[in-house]
Design a protein around this ligand. Structure first.
Ligand SMILES: Nc1ncnc2c1ncn2[C@@H]1O[C@H](COP(=O)(O)OP(=O)(O)OP(=O)(O)O)[C@@H](O)[C@H]1O
Ligand SMILES: [Mg+2]
Ligand SMILES: [Zn+2]
Length: 368
């Protein structure tokens, strides 16, 4: 059977299952119970803490025929219909790739159509800060006078990039980073449900490296589960999260130096099979490229690096084989992909592509 990552399998279906955002879920449930629903909401906050999840629950709850204390019942015909990802009454738009004024004009045309077998049509516009100025203006017109059956939920990690005219038309909810305790509790209930045993100490380490993001915490748990067949212990978690041994990094950069495509693919395969978290590995690659660069370009490199003499000699020797430009290039490639890597469904493929791109001297790193 295909393994479904924990964060997809355990996406909350009702407000009560959302953790750490009580101030928001309670307010939304109240609005539904009292039938005081707004027509434009803004959900802001860091990544992976529930913006899209809450937006989807809300979209169901406003339509549910028999909501339970403001949460969707999950059983009525409407809830069942909205469960379907391709439902036409809940429209999710990624503003990062539909950011032009024409995209918003098209949206405005579609807004005119009534919902089908439901009370409300809900538009969830993700990454809304990516819209162009003219797209914002077009959106503004719709936000000013939306038809009574339309609700907009704008979601963004960067609310400060939104024009004041948009902000002033939305009911704003700020999502918070989730506490380590709440994350540990969530991990406990998920692992109990999966029949996986654990030490509580181990869960604390997983939760704290998730840095307040539920999605990141659950992806780290995924890596740990993939690594072990038995109990989750502190040692195992430390191993998965642990920094990469310098010798491994030296070997990896030797492969890059020799443009050894087969060797690189094998290496990444091995690291991945060992259950190592690839985001952590990439961070280490970026740091290591920086260390090499310091060796080639600074006068007294080890004053900055602070390595043992033996380690320093090895890195220094390797650094002489690269040009400054190459190293700057690697640093940009590996430092730039950390975020992307967290969210891609196939981190291994992304890492392979990036590394092979790094072999190409003329590879043009995006200039920011
Ligand atoms: N507050 C939460 N309570 C329970 N699970 C959560 C919460 N936040 C996130 N999750 C888990 O993380 C996954 C991703 O969350 P979601 O898509 O809601 O994040 P987001 O805030 O929209 O992030 P992004 O800014 O990256 O779009 C969900 O499928 C769910 O499993
Ligand atoms: Mg989202
Ligand atoms: Zn229902």
């Amino acid at each position: 059977m295909e393994y479904i990552s924990l964060y997809r399998k355990y996406r909350p279906k009702k407000f009560e299952d959302v953790i750490g955002q009580d101030h928001i879920t309670r307010a939304l449930q109240n609005q539904i119970v009292l039938n005081k629903i707004g027509h434009a909401y803004l959900f802001t906050g860091s990544r992976g803490i529930g913006k899209t999840t809450v937006a989807r629950i809300f979209a169901k709850a406003v339509n549910c025929e028999n909501n339970k204390n403001g949460s969707p019942c999950g059983e009525c015909a409407t809830c069942k219909q909205l469960e379907n990802e391709s439902n036409i009454n809940i429209i999710e738009i990624d503003a990062a790739s539909n950011n032009k004024v024409d995209d918003i004009r098209e949206l405005r045309e579609k807004v005119k159509f009534l919902p089908v077998n439901a009370k409300y049509k809900v538009y969830i516009i993700d990454e809304v800060h990516m819209l162009t100025d003219s797209a914002f203006n077009a959106l503004l017109k719709t936000l000013e006078e939306p038809p009574s059956y339309v609700i907009f939920i704008l979601a963004t990690t960067e609310a400060h990039k939104l024009p004041a005219t948009i902000l002033s038309r939305c009911i704003r909810f700020d999502f918070k980073l989730v506490s380590i305790n709440a994350l540990v509790k969530l991990l406990q209930s998920i692992l109990d449900n999966e029949n996986i045993s654990y030490d509580n100490d181990a869960l604390k380490i997983i939760a704290s490296s998730g840095e307040g993001s539920v999605r990141d915490t659950l992806s780290i748990a995924d890596c740990v589960i993939a690594y072990t067949n038995g109990k989750i212990t502190k040692e195992i978690v430390e191993k998965v999260l642990g920094t990469t041994d310098n010798q491994l990094l030296i070997n990896f950069f030797d492969l890059i130096l020799n443009k050894d495509v087969g060797g690189i693919l094998q290496f990444i395969n091995k690291i991945d099979n060992e259950g190592k978290n690839l985001s952590v590995f990439v961070k280490d690659l970026a740091k290591y490229a920086r260390n090499l660069l310091i060796c080639t370009s600074c006068k007294s490199p080890n004053e900055i690096l602070n390595l043992t003499q033996e380690e320093f000699e090895k890195i220094k020797e390797q650094s002489n084989k690269f040009t400054e430009n190459q190293l700057i290039n690697y640093m940009q490639i590996f430092a730039g992909c950390e975020n992307e890597l967290r969210y891609t469904l196939s981190p291994r493929l992304l890492l392979e592509t990036l590394t092979l791109n790094a072999l190409n001297e003329n590879y043009d790193v995006k200039k920011n």
